[in-house]
Design a binder for this molecule. Structure first.
Ligand SMILES: Cc1ncc(COP(=O)(O)O)c(C=O)c1O
Length: 380
């Protein structure tokens, strides 16, 4: 029998990150600086809350939109951290930010609608847009030190543009949008009828002062916030996040959630309430130390890189080696047993970069980057 599949899905590619990461099993002693995943175990109070919830038999179907008590915690959290007021019907609890992005795009996109993505870009945006038969339109931020450029965005906008997705602190660069970039987004929102999906999964991992788009309430109705507990609370495997947006968008996103996931387990939601009130500063201090140590090492050896103000990545310029980023990463893996992500995965304009994750141990970061520098500078 010939199995006829959904053509749209056949076109979607497996993430280059996962693809490269799967090669890292070639050796036992590989220093893995690939996946953006905290090494920490989830803090005990969060795990205790899950156990207590299970003991109370909170094991039944949840409401599709999320539990009221978690939504209230999110409202309090967003007020405390970002000074923004959300109402209960402006929130949807999702399977991580991935679920939030998917539900958000599903709620606004019609086939053929265009979504502006800023390159280098997190790998899951393009497939999600294409899943809904939307069209990704890429704007390269490389020439502008990874900040936004008004003219470049203007050129990309057409009558079909429905949204832009912004991500600050950024994966893969760690760059945080400066005041100019934020003003450019606001100007574009003033001039055009479109949404901005603000993927703020690294907003808690900021090492220098920063302001964020969603802190400006004047734009609240045009901002679709996607948020996650994965990174700040070391909860990647729990699969919980949330979406904040205009109530009509939430109502529509609710349908995606209802038919694709039928809600998020109640015991996970109960634990998430505790997470939002857990102090995770020590993890941030740990990532900052890794950043500072790696930055120092790269500077000492005159290796160019993008200075990360947030998240836990560093984007390193590998031009000196004269190899494309996939070949560079492959050779680095085989010769030095260090695994990094080729920059081309994030954009064809980033083929002279590699991304390393600073979520590894301090020793792994230092040893991995030392070997990388040796490889880059042609030392044995
Ligand atoms: C920018 C960005 N957005 C979203 C996600 C997905 O996060 P979650 O685990 O909440 O689905 C990631 C994960 O790496 C990410 O880097």
């Amino acid at each position: 029998m010939r199995i006829k599949l959904n053509h749209n899905l056949e076109q979607l590619e497996i993430s280059g990150i996962r693809l490269f990461n799967s090669q890292t099993t070639a050796y036992d002693d590989v220093i893995k600086l690939t996946i953006g995943e905290p090494k920490f175990a989830t803090p005990e109070p969060i795990k205790d809350a899950l156990k207590a919830s299970l003991d109370k038999n909170r094991t039944f179907y949840p409401s599709f939109a999320g539990s009221d008590t978690l939504k209230k915690e999110i409202i309090a959290y967003e007020k405390r951290i970002n000074q923004v007021d959300y109402a209960m019907d402006e929130i949807l609890i999702t399977q991580g930010a991935t679920g939030a992005i998917f539900a958000a795009l599903g709620s606004i996109l019609n086939p053929g609608d265009e979504v502006i993505l800023f390159q280098p870009t997190y790998v899951a945006y393009q497939p999600a847009v294409e899943f809904y038969h939307g069209k990704p339109v890429f704007v390269d931020t490389t020439p502008n030190q990874f900040q936004l450029d008004y003219e470049a965005i203007k050129k990309a906008i057409t009558p079909k543009t429905k949204a832009m997705i912004v991500n600050s602190p950024n994966n893969p660069t760690g760059v945080i949008y400066n005041e100019d970039s934020l003003n450019i987004i606001k100007r574009v929102l003033d001039e055009h009828d479109l949404f901005v999906i603000s993927d703020d999964v690294y907003a808690q991992l900021v090492y220098d002062n920063a302001t964020f788009l969603n802190q400006d309430s004047d734009y609240k109705d045009k901002i679709i916030l996607t948020q996650s507990l994965s990174k700040p609370y070391a909860m990647t495997g729990w699969r919980i996040g949330y979406l904040c947006a205009h109530k009509d968008i939430i109502k529509s996103a609710h349908k995606v959630q209802q038919y694709a996931a039928a809600g998020i387990p109640l015991f996970i939601q109960d634990a998430a309430e505790v997470a939002l009130n857990t102090n995770v500063d020590s993890m941030k201090v740990f990532y900052k130390q890794n950043r500072d140590d790696v930055v120092k090492l790269l500077q000492e050896h005159h290796v160019p890189f993008v200075y990360p103000q947030g998240a836990f990545y560093i984007f390193i310029n590998i031009s000196a080696k004269g190899l494309d980023s996939w070949t560079f990463a492959t050779q680095l893996l085989h010769e030095k047993h260090v695994a990094v992500i080729p920059g081309v995965v994030f954009s064809q304009h980033s083929d002279h970069y590699i991304r390393i994750s600073l979520a590894a141990s301090n020793q792994e970061c230092i040893e991995g980057v030392t070997r990388l520098i040796h490889f880059l500078q042609g030392q044995a």
